[in-house]
Design a protein. Structure first.
Length: 52
């Protein structure tokens, strides 16, 4: 079993309600790899279009 120090966690950091942005906190050994895979996109993004 892995120790708690080896785990990678993510949590929503933006309060509930309508907002122009949303922030997610990520920490742990695999955080850089995970966020890089989520944020790397092959296609260009359209202006002012929300994405998930």
């Amino acid at each position: 079993m892995a120790s708690l120090l080896d785990e990678t966690i993510a949590a929503i950091a933006t309060p509930l309600g309508k907002s122009g942005i949303g922030v997610i906190r990520v920490s742990g050994k695999a955080s850089l790899r995970i966020t890089a895979s989520i944020l790397s996109r092959k296609e260009d993004l359209e202006d002012r279009v929300p994405i998930l």
